[in-house]
Design a protein around this ligand. Structure first.
Ligand code: ADP
Ligand code: ASP
Ligand code: MG
Length: 404
């Protein structure tokens, strides 16, 4: 079977007019004799609205009910797409994850798809049907609805492509592909023709919302090529594929930035073995993700300063945990909310020396202060004041020759 998986994001199905357009894209693939499987997100804004409702009901809304509530947005969008296709004379219906089923493992709100039963959908495809599958949701071994993390419909699409051995997996979204940086933040951003899984994973994890990081990990593990393109403009998009398929002469492929980071500093912590562990253990127990970490060299051998970053959504919880932790002693605790992480990503930096220096010099020339630094083989990240984000993006984009 020549199967193609088409995933539509929230903005692509954001209004009735847009859903009609989406149905036309699907019909085009049908005319080309593809067996089409569609995965859809909720109409844009719906998931956020549902989350707001839950917080008004209780500040202790359970994670299992959270999943039942927020997954309902996808049901609406899928039913509307199927309805439009039927209106146009095609055989189509919505498939909710439990009807297939799409099985998940892991905690509510953050589960992972580990199995998709292909029987019913294959039978439906053979009958000429177009299944419209709900993204973002699954069902666990207790038969409860789960969700797989914000932006998770991307991961649903990749796993559907895997389990149905699809020829193509196309992610339709509101931009024309993956850009050198967010095109909504910098006009000079350029569309990237081909990008490796490794670079896309770094870009996505470091703020490029266009693809959800887990979906890229799954695609890399299963060697699934992804095309990212626009639902609104008929143009070639971006191909995400393995590194050996790519000839790239740029040192840096893209620049990402994050919006909602916070910095926590503990000043004058006793410098002895086990201190860092006693700070981070309760955070990890509470599922708080610690990102950049720096510990200063102790000047007198007795005290040191420890700084780390977290998501701002976790700031209040983190404050409480540290303040209530009787096992750590420090002189001062500082929280800083308005910080942003800017990262330069590219496999080219493995073989090109001097990238770190160029990044620091560019920021210095713009009088932008660097608060924390972290690096890996293919990325350099710096933490700066949030107000400097766009200035830093533009300067680095130019420095690394991405403007043209
Ligand atoms: P969807 O609703 O289709 O899932 P998202 O809102 O999740 O779409 O992702 C698309 C958005 O990602 C774009 O509107 C764009 O602002 C943002 N984005 C951030 N970084 C990038 C990038 N490097 N390339 C393209 N888009 C990006
Ligand atoms: N609707 C979900 C969200 O807003 C999933 C998705 O958009 O992929 O996070
Ligand atoms: Mg998305």
């Amino acid at each position: 079977m020549k199967i193609v998986v088409l995933k539509f994001g929230g903005t692509s199905v954001g209004t009735i007019e847009k859903i009609k357009k989406v149905a036309e894209i699907i019909a085009n693939y049908k005319r080309k004799k593809y067996k089409v499987i569609v995965v859809s997100s909720a109409m844009s804004g719906v998931t956020n609205e549902l989350i707001k409702k839950s917080s008004k009901i209780s500040d202790n809304f359970s994670n299992s009910e959270h999943d039942v509530l927020v997954s309902s947005g996808e049901q609406i969008a899928c039913s509307l797409i199927a309805g439009r296709l039927v209106h146009k004379g095609y055989k189509s219906r919505s498939w909710l994850s439990w009807q297939i089923p799409i099985l998940t493992v892991g905690a509510h709100r953050n589960s992972r798809i580990n199995q998709i039963n292909s029987n019913k959908i294959k039978k439906y495809l053979k009958q000429g049907g177009v299944p419209i599958i709900t993204g973002f949701q699954g069902v666990n071994n207790e038969n409860r609805i789960t969700t797989i993390g914000r932006g998770g419909s991307d991961a649903t699409a990749i796993m559907v492509a895997k389990f149905f051995k699809a020829k193509r997996c196309v992610i339709y979204t509101d931009v024309q592909g993956v850009y050198t940086t967010d095109p909504n933040k910098l006009k000079k951003a350029k569309k990237i023709k081909v990008i490796s899984y490794e670079e896309m994973l770094e870009m996505a994890s470091l703020g490029a919302k266009v693809m959800q990081p887990v979906s890229i990990q799954d695609a890399r593990l299963n060697r699934i090529d992804i095309e990212v393109k626009s639902s609104f403009v008929k143009k070639t998009g971006t191909l995400i594929t393995k590194r050996s398929n790519i000839v790239n002469n740029k040192i840096i492929t893209g620049i990402s930035s994050t919006q909602n980071d916070s910095k926590v500093s503990l000043i004058g912590v006793k410098d002895k073995p086990g201190v860092a562990a006693s700070i981070f253990k309760p955070l990890s127990k509470n599922l708080i993700n610690v990102d950049m970490v720096v510990q200063n060299i102790s000047a007198n051998g007795k005290e040191t300063d420890l700084t780390f970053t977290i998501k701002s959504d976790d700031l209040n919880k983190t404050k409480k945990i540290i303040q209530e932790n009787r096992t750590i002693k420090y002189r001062k605790l500082i929280f800083e909310k308005d910080v942003s992480k800017i990262s330069a990503i590219g496999v080219g930096m493995i073989t090109t020396p001097g990238v770190t220096f160029r990044m620091f010099q560019t920021l210095a020339d713009k009088k932008i202060n660097i608060k924390v630094i972290s690096t890996s083989e293919i990325k350099i990240s710096v933490l700066i004041d949030k107000k400097d984000t766009n200035k830093a993006l533009a300067a680095l984009h130019k420095e690394f020759k991405l403007d043209y």
